[in-house]
Design a protein around this ligand. Structure first.
Ligand SMILES: [Zn+2]
Length: 251
């Protein structure tokens, strides 16, 4: 059984003082992985687990609201109590190390604690987890993930990342999976040229892909939460929840 814990479900900016950037902890017994680590997520992660014991950090794409709290994670791993420092595995689009180094204006800042692996379509294993990776249209290199246990037939969690076309997610979702999908533009519609999704689109996707539950996330500032849930529920007759930091789900 997997446990999904929402660390952060916010968009790139928000007037909600509780907003935390995109970040999700997935646990399987004592093992854990993290998907995205956006603004404000590190403290929530460190409050729950030792961040140095996380098996791998998967970063969906290189927009800062999905990775910027790797900076506090980097400082944590190098803290004096851990000398000579601890390392973690970071699986991300190529170039993340260069961006982190530039943010800190220090070559090698990232490499000092992060074992970086470039993301590519396929399957990646981390302890008891199997992570299927697919390209989605959004930023230059953007990915969606399906996390499951390693046994065939285990139910999974599909995380859309940020995604401009719901059909790109269909091959990733198996019947009964929990679909964690961005609904940036709430009840919709998505303005032309914006590479994001809305509630109705995600609701239709959940039905077509036979998802077992639909979790909405990454709602844009100013969009109405209950209208967003209702808009997705018009096209999907099972449970729809707009997630918030601290939410937990068993899958
Ligand atoms: Zn993005």
């Amino acid at each position: 059984m997997l446990e999904l814990i929402v660390l952060g479900a916010g968009p790139a900016y928000s007037d909600d003082i509780g907003s935390v950037g995109s970040a999700y902890l997935v646990r399987h017994g004592d093992d854990a992985i993290v998907m995205d680590l956006g603004q404000g997520a590190f403290s929530r992660l460190a409050h729950m687990v030792d961040p140095s014991a996380v098996l791998a950090y998967f970063i969906s794409h290189l927009h800062p609201d999905h990775f910027i709290d790797l900076i506090p994670l980097r400082h944590y791993l190098a803290r004096a109590e851990f000398q000579p420092g601890r390392r973690v595995r970071v699986v991300a689009p190529a170039g993340l190390d260069r961006r982190l180094d530039a943010t800190y204006d220090t070559p090698g800042f990232s490499a000092a604690t992060f074992d970086m692996e470039p993301l590519a379509p396929g399957t990646i294993e981390a302890g008891p987890f199997k992570v299927d990776v697919r390209v989605v249209p959004h930023a230059a290199e953007s990915f969606a993930f399906r996390v499951a246990g390693r046994a065939d037939g285990d139910p999974g969690i599909v995380f859309s990342g940020d995604c401009g076309d719901a059909t790109a997610l269909i091959p990733l979702v198996r019947p009964g999976d929990t679909l964690l999908a961005e609904a940036t533009f709430g009840p919709g519609p998505v303005p032309a040229g914006m590479p994001h999704l809305d509630g109705p689109t995600v609701g239709r996707l959940a039905t077509e892909a036979q998802a077992g539950a639909l979790l909405l996330t990454h709602l844009r500032m100013g969009c109405d939460p209950s209208e967003t849930v209702r808009s997705a529920g018009q096209y999907y007759d099972r449970q729809v929840i707009l997630v918030a930091p601290g939410d937990r789900f068993e899958v």
